[in-house]
Ligand binder design. Structure first.
Ligand SMILES: NC(=O)c1ccc[n+]([C@@H]2O[C@H](COP(=O)([O-])OP(=O)(O)OC[C@H]3O[C@@H](n4cnc5c(N)ncnc54)[C@H](OP(=O)(O)O)[C@@H]3O)[C@@H](O)[C@H]2O)c1
Length: 321
């Protein structure tokens, strides 16, 4: 089969190569890949961000969020059969998605309703679950009769942020976001109540026109200090940080040890099929959508990769087979 691989850490080009089709283990499914969602962690791993944990070995096939069709199943797989359309998360450090065929564990795979496209579902995995788990960690109830909350989402135009805005607005929330000036109309179309241009003084200070403090922040970019957050949080406000640095992890530990009411919570996504199923159901109900920044054919994966590395995607970058 054809696959995309890289051979060492660094900024090496991705190469299209011929490799054997993987065999599913007893609890795995072999999937003919139809679409892959590209995430910043894919190129970060290539650049050594998780060295030496990931990749586990070279050469490495990147890509962890896929949709496709089941072509074979291991002998303990009961939930899926040949011909099923599925969405799967292969594991951030494992990868294997940017290939004609990939193997997935059955416990991180769900059926794809035929009303939804492979692309919009492949895009959802990691960023959708991250957005959802951030909001749950922050105590947001995704129902209109939940407790009222004033929320800030940073980098709301990106892969994680654009799902976070839509999900947050399912709750009884007021949502302020940060984004670039060119994306203000876009994030408002997703439901944001107030959008701050991150390059302006108010955007940098995270202060909206009402100067109302936030009960929770879903932090999807980097480079914002704890002192900036502290100034805009309510007395028991929480920041959920998906780009934790050594400094912010230290701050979060200090806050915990000192029993601070304002807290900083680093979050690493947990790939759970039940969460993916919940989000797919929301998509079916028309309450959540994937906004596609750009689609690339598999043969142009390098271009999708370069686009992701630029860091200016609006919604999701998808590779289709
Ligand atoms: N911890 C976890 O489990 C986890 C899971 C998923 C993602 N992440 C991390 O979370 C980060 C976001 O992921 P993503 O997929 O959303 O990335 P992404 O799609 O590449 O985000 C790009 C968007 O971010 C906006 N942006 C960049 N800098 C900004 C700033 N300072 N303020 C406001 N907006 C800004 C860009 O707008 P402009 O073009 O206007 O600059 C662009 O629209 C990445 O670092 C990723 O690795 C972590």
């Amino acid at each position: 089969m054809e696959a995309v691989q890289y051979f060492k850490y660094g900024h090496d080009d991705l190469k299209h190569v011929e490799v054997p089709i993987p065999s599913p283990k007893k609890d795995e499914i072999l999937i003919k890949v139809e679409a892959v969602g590209i995430n910043p962690i894919d190129f970060k791993i290539q650049h050594g961000f998780l060295r030496p944990i990931a990749p586990k070995k070279f050469p490495h096939i990147p890509g962890s969020d896929i949709a496709g069709e089941v072509v074979d199943v291991g002998f303990t797989v009961t939930k899926f059969k040949k011909g099923d359309k599925v969405v799967a998360m292969l594991g951030t450090t494992t990868g294997g998605g940017l290939a004609e065929y990939a193997v997935a564990k059955q416990e991180v795979t769900v059926l794809r309703p035929l009303e939804l496209s492979a692309g919009e579902c492949a895009a959802l995995g990691t960023p959708g679950l991250t957005a959802y788990q951030c909001l749950i960690t922050a105590g947001v109830v995704l129902k209109k009769d939940g407790p009222p909350m004033n929320i800030l989402i940073t980098a709301a135009s990106g892969g994680v942020g654009h799902y976070a805005v839509q999900l947050a607005k399912l709750g009884n929330t007021h949502v302020t976001v940060t984004c670039g000036s060119r994306n203000i109309d876009f994030v408002k179309s997703l439901g944001a109540d107030v959008a701050l241009d991150y390059r302006t003084p108010d955007g940098k200070a995270l202060v909206g026109p009402s100067a109302r403090r936030y009960d929770a922040v879903v932090h999807c970019t980097s480079g914002i200090s704890w002192s900036t957050f502290e100034n805009v949080l309510t007395s028991n406000g929480i920041v959920v940080d998906i780009t934790p640095s050594p400094k912010s992890i230290t701050t979060s530990v200090v806050k915990k040890l000192s029993c601070s009411k304002k807290t900083l919570h680093p979050l690493f996504v947990s790939h759970k099929a039940e969460d993916l199923q919940y989000l797919i159901n929301l998509m079916l109900e028309g309450k959540l959508k994937t906004v596609v920044d750009s689609k690339y054919n598999f043969s142009k994966t390098q271009e999708a990769w370069a686009k992701s590395m630029e860091g200016h995607a609006v919604g999701k970058i998808i590779v289709e087979m």
